[in-house]
Design a protein around this ligand. Sequence first.
Ligand code: GCU
Length: 688
Amino acid sequence: MQHVEMESMTEQAYRCWLQYETILNKQEEAHYWSYVQTISLQKETLIGQAIKRELNLAVESMFGKTSTWQEDAQLVLTTVADKARLRKHGINQEEIAELNEEGYIIKEKDNQLIVVGASEKGLLYGVFHLLRLISQKQSLTDLTIQDAPQNQIRMLNQWDNIDGSIERGYSGQSIFYSNGTVTTDEKRLTDYARLLASVGINAISINNVNVWKEETHLISERYLTDVQRLEEIFQSYGVTVYLSINFASPIELGHLDTADPLDAGVQQWWKEKVAEIYSYMPRFGGFVVKADSEHRPGPFTYERDHADGANLLADALSPYNGMVIWRCFVYNCMQDWRDRKTDRARAAYDHFVPLDGRFRDNVVLQIKNGPMDFQVREPVSPLFGALQQTNQLLEFQITQEYLGQQKDLCYLVPMWKEVLQFDTKVQGEGSTVQSIVNGSLYQAKISGIAAVANSGDEQSWTGHTLAQANLFGYGRLTWNADLTAEEILHEWIVLTFGHEEKLKRVLSEMLLASWSIYENYTTPLGIGWMVNPNHHYGVNVDGYEYSRWGTYHFADREGLGVDRTRESGTAFVDQYAKENADRFNALDQCPDDLLLFFHHVPYTHRLKNGKTVIQHYYDSHFEGVTDVEWLISEWQSLKSLIDPYRYKNVAERLQLQLSNAREWRDQVNTYFLRKSGIPDADGRKMYE
Ligand code: GCU
């Protein structure tokens, strides 16, 4: 197929939520055009140019004509710095003073619209907000909006490798690298930066946390000129660039014989290295570090701890206001847990809580949402709440490693909301995770949220077109954690697919049900870890890759689940504040959806819904498959409302999901029937 033809077919998938659909209704067209026909913008900085490009593109696409840029205009774009203009438009300083530096005001009066950013970045976000309002067909008359992000850092972690592959990537190859070089496809990167900025993402690390041999060189002369090119693109959309580094760089790049953080030569090496990086990129964000985990080097080699390791880098970065993002995903993957006391879930807390207060103030610890590893359901990591004198970032995973790999449908915002709303209780009621990551609970200097990206070079960016909702939702939720999963979804549907009522209803039902459907046919009740080893797609009941010591579900003839109680188990529960610890520890109080995470129970244990655990397992696996069949028929009912490319893209994936769900159902149910010897109460056939 001709390139151009293919492009026009896939264009809607490519544009994601920035469709800027032509406004056909005459009245609506007249209303919006009256505001955008003339626009004024003071500064022509990098961000200013991005704002101008975006508005030109959007106006052209929505109205088929171009705005005139002039001093006196219907749409006035400015920042707080321009006091005279604010006075002229009756905006008082107090309104702005309430906003943080990324905030903005949008105000309409007498058919004139003004967008005021607390900074240029704020203005960029304000413009995207305005474009969202127009795309959603909201009236601009008498509008007053005052908005600012709740979380300071709203970051994406790309797990892209320089050979063009992406660790846990399910949407093609990297848009950053190919075959050992940094990409020259600046159009694609610019479009990515636009997508990110449009939902408020303001930071990105551009290489895999596992920094292999070649990636180690990204901070060397060989690559810095190219990295700087990428950095400029993202900077012009207000996105600060970070690099993941190899802790052993002084050895691998500097040819020193040690990377010991307390060694003066190593400290000097990092100082010089950081100075070199900033000579290329004065606004560089800093380093992301995975150390002493899954065979990556770290301070443990030198019998130093993680505060020593992080502070080494922090000292080198601090003259430039750079930051160290140090990951807490530290555990010994070779550990022997047969004593039933050793527990991977305990690792992050055990390593980091004793170090609380010892990190420099430009270090921020990045903590995965759960204590294990992005399973379909996990409790919140107990580090939240336990760390009180340390900057923290929460880490989510947008890429669906354990959640169907963008073949299976799984809208993740409801899960993320549960995490943010979890009350750690450490400072009494209301000590939610959100209050920790927005910096308010402990007055943290740096805080926020990061997530592993789900994008790649496929035309739809995310492989499964509906997985775009997760990238969009991540940005919107980290901007404003008070938005509901439904609100975010409704915005996304309209911006992505348009205004058709049926489409809105059906799509939102499908997506809102999708997480629990996936959970039902995979690992309900919090057990996790029944996937195929290494690649992590599809069922393998005993498949945990570090399983030479047994499996993680501890299923035997009598029952299943991991005993993490204080009396007979690993005592992991006691890493939580007392109220939560007691609740998780007590069999009758532990929520059912986490039951098997905390307790080993007999198959005949009754859940709160009155069913036995084994019957619940059978039922949910049967239901999961029926629900996927329902997803398919719902999607089919939308055929006439969706362009052929996106329709087919999703239809094909739903078929893959159905085979996956059937396989899970058959293998899980048969496995537990054999183990337990307890038949299904409804006498259904266990495999086809
Ligand atoms: C998971 C994932 C790895 C990744 C690791 C991490 O274990 O499977 O691919 O490197 O998380 O977060 O560092």
